[in-house]
Design a protein around this ligand. Structure first.
Ligand SMILES: [Zn+2]
Length: 235
């Protein structure tokens, strides 16, 4: 919001300069011509200061639409917290949180940025970027109505492939990213123990009690003849 206020200040400077060319400013007998370098400078500054906020709003709208789709059309509204929002957030220690009653998803600084980075180069996703995808899917599952953390996380594990594709990641890379998360990061939770145990179940596996048998599940076998390079062999 601070950046938008600074941007509005520069827009006001531009408005004042243009107005002075039409109406005589106080202390002048006649309008004065626009000083073009000054006008160009304040317009550029207005655009530069507005850009981060407008870009974030655009990304939030995009994520809200995709989270709604993942949540089987339960309306989701994603908010990317600024540093200031995060400091005031009672749940600042979790990287994201969701309220199934309101559909609000809050994503802490800097996890929206990490999700943006993931979408720029999904083929070389870092561990944090895979976490950002899984966090987005996980919070969408809360909006879908699930509150138990282990079941929520397992629903997300099975939908990370779908989520990545919805966000625009090419099919094969989306499958690889979703399987990497399941095989490496998800299973690692069991070894860490502690709070991570609440998010893990050994029944979250192909054929396990939590397997929803989704046709596009992260671990689903591709139909025979499909040229994809992945199988359900997730060992
Ligand atoms: Zn959760």
């Amino acid at each position: 919001m601070l950046w938008i206020l600074i941007s509005l200040f520069f827009l006001w400077c531009a408005y004042r300069e243009i107005r002075a060319s039409m109406v005589a400013p106080p202390g002048f007998d006649a309008p004065r011509p626009i000083y073009r370098p000054y006008l160009a400078l304040v317009l550029v500054l207005a655009a530069l200061f507005a850009w981060p906020t407008i870009h974030r709003w655009h990304f939030e709208r995009f994520l809200s639409a995709k989270a709604t789709e993942l949540a089987d059309n339960h309306r989701a509204r994603v908010h990317c917290n600024t540093l200031f929002d995060t400091m005031l957030d009672p749940e600042m220690l979790s990287i994201g949180h969701a309220n199934p009653l309101t559909g609000k998803i809050g994503i802490q600084k800097p996890w929206c940025g990490r999700l943006m980075a993931y979408l720029r180069h999904p083929a070389r996703a870092s561990e944090d970027e895979l976490w950002s995808l899984a966090m987005f899917t996980h919070e969408s599952m809360h909006v879908r109505g699930e509150m138990n953390e282990a079941r929520t996380e397992c629903e997300a594990v099975q939908r990370n492939y779908r989520a990545a594709k919805l966000l625009g990641v090419p099919d094969e890379i989306a499958k690889r990213n979703a399987l990497d998360y399941y095989n490496v990061l998800y299973k690692h939770r069991a070894m860490i123990g502690g709070i991570q145990n609440a998010y893990y179940s050994d029944q979250c596996a192909p054929g396990g009690a939590m397997d929803e048998h989704l046709s596009d599940s992260t671990w689903a076998t591709r139909p025979a003849g499909d040229p994809g390079s992945f199988t359900s062999d997730t060992n």
